[in-house]
Each structure stands twice: as structure tokens, then as C-alpha cells.
Design a protein around this ligand. Structure first.
Ligand SMILES: [Zn+2]
Length: 457
């Protein structure tokens, strides 16, 4: 079947819009990424070195936070010769990143024009920003990664994940624009927080009608859908790819997805701060890192020092964004753990570094009054939407199923905030008794970590 609209969108509508009207280089970046993905490892590292030197030069001149940091360790940009010198820079913890957005913002163009927040898994939101140039790279990196999973611009896609618009709807004009954009790109969205049999049945009907090229889903939501499909013997259209995101894809979940949807199941790893960090290719042997846009290190703290993790050894993920000049992230510890694959050529022919088993993205599962599972990512989505009203939160589900939700108010907090929280929770956690508490702070656990979510079992 020839998909006329897909071809028209790819060849005419999207290029016309991006190049002609918006003057965005997304497609040039994509073409260049599709070439560089075949570079050998040495050439990829050389590319990273150039990007890294440029970034540090800019950061030293225009970003007060990094100028101070580099001065503290006596490092001048002229002394940086490629990514080998990355290790002489200190790490940026999430807490430091949280407190330093103003000082990490560039005082000269490119400025941090795009501002966002992520709730992360620790329960205290992180505000961050980046410039438009970085956005174009992000979009191109995403398109290339999704391309590995056989998705092309203009193909029908179904997104089965969390929706902040369901919690705090954007203003009418913004909503109309978003709807138009989704319609042109043929992106369809279904909120994955509700996983009743009725909603899964509706979703299967929708998939049969749309016949999407790709299903993008939170890993555990996709797995719940796959199990429903297998349990009910529902038939699905063939030729679909599944891309999982946001949560770790467990082996048993991948097996369920493969049995329900076929062999084209691809794990992806990303975050709000960087978008797509790594994604899987047809060889299904690890996730290729978006090396042209990001330097991803895996480090191990060893006797007071730091060293690179060995292949297969669990290390902390450290990310440097080569194109975010607006509010740079240099050696940022994002809180995830991962292992890497022994370097070398993948069966697909690419030498882009590969990650395997990314930990720390497991969202615990809550239960509604009927015992159905509800992803705790729902709370991440809700508090990302409420970032100006709530600075920290903690969810505790008790053995009797009731929930204690504690929040630390931020500047924009008001009585409406509690209403929104109660209304949204009632929608996703039907029948569950919810107690809300406004508190000055969330106590830290015995292990020194802030725990966003606890399920008493
Ligand atoms: Zn590969």
C-alpha cells in the first residue's frame, strides 16, 4: 500500500514549512546525522571533540556558572584539546543543576529561549532551558532514532503515554495549534495512565482503525496493552513497530510486546533535559547513543576517585549536551544507571556507542480501588504540569490502598492546586481514598535519598 499523504508530508509539506517558513535546519541536521551514523568510532570521537571545544569556549566566555567552575580548577578553554579533557571538569549534580539555572544561562546569544521543567523521579522539579539551535538538533536526533524503528515523517503514529494536557489543559489557542500540528504530522495521543479493560479495548479498536506505522509507549503501559491483546486474542494489523520510552523495558515485557505486535520492538532512552539519548536499531543489541549531539559517560565512584565503567559494569550516567549553548549541561549526573556494550561495530554496521539495561527508570506501580495497576509516572506528569505551584511531592500508598500525597508549595500554589490534584488523582486512581498534606519539606530517607514514591506492601 502506497501511503500518499506520508510521501506528500515528507517531501513537500514538512520541508516547505521547516525550510521555507520557519527557516529551521531540522532536515539538514537529519541528513547530516544520517551520514555521520556510518562514521567509524575515531571519526565520531573527533566530531565530539570539536563540539566539546566549541561548547567550553562559549561556556567560559558567556556562562557565569562555568566560567567560575573552570577558574576554580584552573582550566582555560585554550587548554582543552578534545574530549580527553572532559574528565578535568567537575560533575554537575541534579541538585546543583536545580539551583543554578540563572547562572548556567548564557548571557550572549544563543540565549535559552525554550524553558521547561522536569519532575524527575526524586520528586523535586528541575527547571532547565535551551536555545533554538539545540531544539533543531533534538528534533533531528529524534527523527533519526525513530527512523531506526522504521518510522518516517508523516507516517501515522500512536502515542500511548502520559498527558499533562489531561491534567492542566493549555489555553484554547495553544490547544488548537497543538491539534493542528498533530493532525499534520498524523500523531495521535492516548493517555496511558488509565488501564482499565474498557480503555484497553478502546485502544485496540483505535489501533485497528488507524493502522499506525508505529506505536510509541511507556514501556510498562505498552506491556499492559500487549498482555491485554494476548489474553483476549485480539487481532492487530501487521507491519507495526513499537518504540518504548520513559521506563526500562524488562525482558518479560519485551517478550509480551513481541508476541502481540511482532518482532519490531525498539527500546529508546531519553529524558526531558535532552530528549533522545539512545535508541535501538534493527540488530536489537543495545541502544545506540546520539553521539553527535551528546557525550554520554558511565562512571563508577571508586575509592574517592572516578573511573569509566567497564563493559557490562553498572555506572552512573553523565551527559554533556554539545548543542545546548543557551543553558549548558556539562557532565550532568542525571540520576540514571546504565551499562555499556563493549565498543566495536554493531551488526547493523554502526559504531555509535551502545548502552544496555538502563536502570532507575522503573516507575513503581500503584493500584486503584479495583486492584488495577496505574503507573506512578502519572504523578510525574501531573507535577510537571504543576511545576510553578508545587516544588516537591511525595506519594505513599498504604497497605489498605489509601494514598497520602504530600506537597511542598511553590510560589504559584493556591487552593485550586489541591483541587486539580484531587480531581486528577480521582480520575486515574478511581475509588482510592486520598489524603493531601501541605508540608514545609519532604523528609529524606535513611539512605539519604528523597523518595518520591513509596508503596507499602
Ligand atoms: Zn546497531
Amino acid at each position: 500500500v502506497i501511503d500518499g499523504y506520508g510521501i506528500l508530508f515528507r517531501r513537500v509539506l514538512f520541508p516547505g514549512w521547516e525550510r521555507g517558513i520557519r527557516r529551521r535546519p531540522t532536515l539538514e541536521h537529519l541528513a547530516s546525522l544520517r551520514r555521520s551514523q556510518w562514521f567509524g568510532a575515531d571519526r565520531l570521537r573527533a566530531l565530539q571533540s570539536i563540539g566539546f571545544e566549541r561548547l567550553l569556549e562559549h561556556a567560559y566566555r558567556n556562562v557565569p556558572f562555568y566560567r567560575k567552575r573552570m577558574d576554580e580548577v584552573g582550566l582555560r578553554p585554550e587548554a582543552i584539546h578534545g574530549i580527553e579533557d572532559l574528565r578535568s571538569l567537575p560533575l554537575l549534580t541534579r541538585e546543583e543543576a536545580r539551583r543554578s539555572l540563572a547562572e548556567r544561562s548564557s548571557t550572549a546569544p544563543p540565549l535559552p529561549e525554550i524553558k521547561k521543567t522536569t519532575s524527575g523521579t526524586s520528586g523535586n522539579p528541575l527547571p532547565f532551558a535551551y536555545d533554538r539551535g539545540s531544539e533543531w538538533f533534538r528534533q533531528a536526533v529524534k527523527l533519526r532514532g525513530y527512523g531506526w524503528a522504521h518510522y518516517e515523517l508523516g507516517d501515522q503514529s500512536l502515542h500511548y503515554w502520559g498527558s499533562s494536557a489531561a491534567i492542566v489543559p493549555p489555553p484554547a489557542l495553544a490547544r488548537a495549534k497543538i491539534r493542528l500540528d498533530h493532525a499534520l504530522k498524523r500523531e495521535h495521543f492516548v493517555d496511558c495512565a488509565v488501564r482499565s479493560d474498557a480503555s484497553l479495548r478502546d485502544l485496540v479498536v483505535k489501533i485497528r482503525q488507524l493502522r499506525p506505522k508505529v506505536l510509541l509507549c511507556y514501556a510498562q503501559a505498552g506491556a499492559a496493552l500487549a498482555r491485554y491483546v494476548l489474553d483476549t486474542g485480539s487481532e492487530l494489523p501487521g507491519g507495526m513497530s513499537v518504540i518504548t520510552a520513559a521506563e526500562r523495558l524488562f525482558r518479560r515485557d519485551r517478550e509480551a510486546l513481541t508476541r502481540a505486535f511482532g518482532p519490531d520492538v525498539f527500546e529508546s532512552y531519553g529524558s526531558r533535559e535532552f530528549m533522545l539519548i539512545a535508541s535501538e536499531c534493527d540488530a536489537h543489541d543495545g541502544l545506540h547513543v546520539s553521539m553527535e549531539n551528546l557525550i554520554v559517560e558511565l562512571i563508577v565512584r571508586d575509592g574517592g576517585g572516578l573511573r569509566a565503567a567497564e563493559p557490562g559494569e553498572v555506572g552512573e550516567v553523565v551527559v554533556t549536551d554539545l548543542h545546548n549553548y543557551g543553558a549548558p549541561f556539562i557532565r550532568y549526573l542525571n540520576g540514571d544507571l546504565a551499562t555499556r556494550v563493549q565498543s566495536g561495530r554493531c551488526a547493523c554496521g554502526r559504531e555509535l556507542d551502545r548502552l544496555r539495561s538502563i536502570e532507575g527508570r522503573v516507575s513503581d506501580t500503584l493500584r486503584d480501588a479495583e486492584g488495577r495497576s496505574v503507573s506512578s509516572l502519572f504523578f510525574n506528569v501531573m507535577f510537571t504540569a504543576l511545576a510553578d505551584k508545587v516544588s516537591e511531592f511525595q506519594v505513599v500508598q498504604r497497605r489498605d490502598g489509601s494514598i497520602d500525597l504530600s506537597v511542598v508549595p511553590a510560589r504559584g500554589f493556591d487552593q485550586d492546586t489541591l483541587q486539580i490534584m484531587r480531581r486528577s488523582s480521582a480520575k486515574y486512581l478511581a475509588g482510592v481514598e486520598l489524603r493531601t498534606h501541605v508540608v514545609p519539606e519532604i523528609p529524606v530517607e535513611a539512605n539519604g535519598k528523597l523518595s518520591m514514591l513509596k508503596v507499602e506492601r
